[in-house]
Design a protein around this ligand. Structure first.
Ligand code: ATP
Ligand code: MG
Length: 505
């Protein structure tokens, strides 16, 4: 039997980086193939070659149903039935959902022109078919990341693809949304189609894939059957060593003294009367479903959004946070969930971005100490194992996970009393996650208050001394780590959500 898709001897060189060397990969018809590897291993690059975004170095070949193809560009790839959902969102915020779906699409409508009304109609029909509740006329800038991801997915599914590549589609989604995405993925599979699924979340590979292919440092390591291979084997293939399994915090608060006290915090829409306290040296977790209000609490606390009510005390001093720079001054640092929008300047280098939140520490009124910035940036590249030719590399040339490491470095350097990390390890591989956890614990041990918002429950359980569970803008309950399990957290989150829904209805 011929494979649906075969890649043979694919190499790719970027200036200063050999991203892929002689990589093979095959996809069978009717299967979901997991593709995994550490940050910078070459997963996205390989898939961009397959879908016509990058040209491979000469020498390799791609076969589709046994026939050799030369893929000229992304439109050509789509016409061959190869589509991709990218790791970074490709949505234009100032257009509507429907416009994002259809504008610039060749050959989809006669004469290349399509009216807004027709687009809205087509989009509505598409969402209906995919069972997604999205308003085609909504402006994309008003939608949360998880929704935009669904738009992106709908767009890829709207092409009649034989091979669909999903590059970390679940990263911005939480449990419920991930479940409905999985449902769509299963429905996509027929005896004629195949799907390549990239994720850093190991349980998703177990649940969804038939086989798993592993890349390491641009090399092809191998492909294994999911059912007959224990996950720790796959992880070992990825990182070349054993990685510790699910763990719990290794640090405890230093004292009962609060570093951060929040009383009756409310915003216009999403946050209702939220009160909590984080002690010196404590890691405080926030769990809940998407839309529960966790990010909104962080944004209000850090000054990114205004709040209508509430008292905030940092290290014994009441602070008045009117905007983001007031937040940073008051000692509250916020690592946001969307690195593209809030976290990094993509056309600046690693050094600059690492120092971005701490320029006052690296400069006098007239001089910026770029030597010091470089050496600090280098220190964090080493600590976090950021894969890059050097600290002068532009952020946009880094792999997604390595960009995220720079965001983390930026806030580690800032050294605020209170640090809020919103999905700090999104898109970060299993090995590097552990290094970030250790760094967060080091910060806590220095007496800071750390807040971690995460949709990955094992991560919250690994890090947080106490866990607040939110639903509909309120804290439903706070659990001590000893008493917390994935099950009781989920129960609080969903019951809270249901009750609030009931109350609204
Ligand atoms: N346009 C580019 N210019 C220069 N280097 C690049 C470019 N795109 C990727 N690279 C480099 O190629 C290597 C592989 O990157 P790639 O994005 O494929 O990794 P990945 O496996 O998808 O990682 P992640 O899990 O972090 O998304 C990295 O070292 C990256 O810095
Ligand atoms: Mg990638």
């Amino acid at each position: 039997m011929t494979n649906l898709l075969e890649l043979k001897g694919i190499s790719k060189t970027f200036p200063g980086v050999k991203a892929l060397s002689n990589v093979d990969l095959d996809l069978r018809a009717g299967e979901i193939l997991g593709l995994c590897g550490e940050n910078g291993a070459g997963k996205s690059t390989l898939m961009k070659i397959l879908t016509g975004i990058y040209k491979a170095d000469p020498g390799g070949e791609i076969r589709l149903n046994g026939e050799r193809v030369e893929i000229a560009n992304p439109n050509h790839a789509r016409s061959l039935g190869l589509s991709i959902i990218h790791q970074e969102l490709n949505i234009i915020p100032d257009l509507t959902v429907a416009q994002n779906l259809y504008i610039g699409r060749p050959g989809s409508h006669r004469a290349g022109y399509i009216s807004d009304r027709q687009m809205v109609k087509d989009a509505a029909a598409l969402f209906e078919r995919l069972n997604m509740q999205i308003d085609p006329t909504a402006m994309c800038r008003d939608l949360p990341v998880a929704r935009l991801q669904m738009v992106e997915i709908a767009r890829a599914l709207s092409y009649d693809s034989r091979v669909l590549v999903m590059d970390e589609p679940t990263a911005p989604l939480t449990t419920t949304e991930t479940e409905s995405l999985f449902e769509l993925m299963r429905r996509f599979i027929t005896p004629e189609t195949g799907l390549i699924f990239i994720t850093h979340r190991m349980p998703e590979l177990t649940e969804m894939t038939d086989r798993i292919a592993v890349l390491r440092d641009g090399q092809y390591i191998g492909t294994v059957g999911t059912a007959e291979t224990p996950m720790r084997e796959v992880i070992k293939m990825m990182v070349g060593r054993e990685v510790p399994a699910d763990a719990r915090p290794t640090t405890a608060p230093l004292s009962d003294e609060p570093m951060l006290t929040v009383e009756h915090l409310s915003t216009k829409k999403a946050v209702h009367d939220v009160s909590f306290e984080v002690r010196k040296g404590e890691i405080f977790g926030f769990a809940g479903l998407v839309g529960a209000g966790r990010t909104e609490v962080a944004r209000a606390l850090s000054g990114a959004d205004p709040h209508t009510e509430g008292r905030v005390v940092v290290n014994g001093k009441e602070v008045n946070i009117r905007n983001a720079s007031a937040g940073v001054k008051a000692g509250i640092g916020y690592l946001s969930e969307d690195r593209k929008q809030f976290g990094l300047l993509l056309d600046k280098d690693i050094s600059f971005n690492t120092a971005l939140a701490s320029m006052d520490r690296f400069s006098t009124a007239t001089v910026i100490n770029s030597k010091k910035i470089r050496s600090v940036a280098q220190e964090y590249v080493k600590k976090l194992r950021t894969r890059t030719p050097g600290v002068d590399a532009e952020i946009r040339s880094l792999s997604g996970g390595n960009q995220q490491k720079v965001v983390v470095a930026k806030w580690l350097v800032r050294d605020s009393d209170v640090l809020i990390f919103d999905e700090p390890t999104r898109g970060i591989d299993v090995g590097a996650k552990d290094e970030i956890y250790t760094l967060l614990e080091e910060l806590a041990a220095q007496g800071k208050a750390i807040i971690v918002i995460s949709s990955e429950l094992p991560e919250v359980l690994r890090l947080a001394n106490r866990i607040a569970v939110m639903a509909h803008g309120r804290i439903i309950g706070v659990l001590d780590n000893e008493d917390a399990t994935q099950e009781n957290i989920m129960e609080l989150a969903t019951v809270g959500q249901d009750e609030a829904n009931g109350a609204v209805a």
